[in-house]
Write a protein that binds this ligand. Structure first.
Ligand SMILES: Nc1ncnc2c1ncn2[C@@H]1O[C@H](COP(=O)(O)OP(=O)(O)OP(=O)(O)O)[C@@H](O)[C@H]1O
Ligand SMILES: Cc1cn([C@H]2C[C@H](O)[C@@H](COP(=O)(O)O)O2)c(=O)[nH]c1=O
Length: 192
């Protein structure tokens, strides 16, 4: 099974993935962007937010995704549990709010990059504005996080729309709960 943990920056994705890696020691743990050799270079480039063109930024994330699917997801899809920090759902959500590329093109280009391979279940860790602003105040912000909490909350809404457009099952979880409670909610869905 291929699953993804989604949510805006600081939602707790890496924290939950660290716990899931203990719950599923045989699983392939991966992430977007930056899981492959080329992906690491792309990650550095996109997080610097140097691209002036939103289309260029979108295409860089797509290139990372295409390489990730070919190098990590496809070879393991039938044999192993795959748990990914972000997925095509982030790709569609971040592009939707730029409003520079049509919905149809966003979905079509993501299908092209992924060969139509999408996670079977996606967990959205949902943050409140207050908790998001608190967590952002506790860290050094990258170029994308510097766009601010209103921008990130719009992305959170767009994640729900992206899952609908891609026809992917989305399980919403209140990310302000304790780390252990969230882990239990994810496990109970996976075991049901
Ligand atoms: N349920 C929780 N309650 C309180 N704090 C949490 C919770 N989950 C994670 N945190 C804290 O919030 C911060 C961000 O968590 P984490 O790095 O897991 O988020 P992320 O979604 O992976 O972020 P990013 O997308 O920015 O990499 C960390 O300091 C982490 O310890
Ligand atoms: C996949 C994807 C990601 N982003 C953004 C979201 C985050 O701000 C960064 C990734 O950082 P993280 O620490 O790994 O969460 O990139 C995006 O804008 N578009 C995408 O397709």
């Amino acid at each position: 099974m291929y699953i993804a943990i989604e949510g805006i920056d600081t939602a707790g994705k890496s924290t939950q993935i660290a716990l899931l890696s203990r719950n599923y020691p045989e699983a392939v743990i991966t992430k977007e962007p930056g899981a492959t050799a080329i992906g690491k270079e792309i990650r550095e480039l996109v997080l610097s937010a140097k691209a002036k063109s939103k289309k260029a930024e979108f295409l860089l994330f797509l290139a990372d995704r295409a390489e990730h699917i070919k190098e990590v997801i496809e070879p393991n899809l039938k044999k192993r549990m795959i748990i990914s920090d972000r997925s095509v759902v982030s790709g569609v959500a971040y592009a939707l709010i730029q409003e520079e590329i049509s919905e149809t093109a966003i979905v079509h280009l993501n299908r092209f990059a992924t060969n139509g391979i999408y996670p079977q279940k996606v967990f959205l860790l949902r943050l409140s504005k207050e908790e998001l602003e608190f967590r952002l105040s506790q860290k050094e912000l990258d170029g994308i996080e510097l766009r601010g909490s209103d921008y990130l909350l719009k992305i959170q809404g767009a994640i729900i729309k992206a899952a609908e457009l891609l026809d992917i099952e989305l399980i919403e979880i209140d990310a302000t709960q304790s780390i252990e409670t969230i882990n239990k909610e994810i496990l109970s869905t996976l075991n049901s």
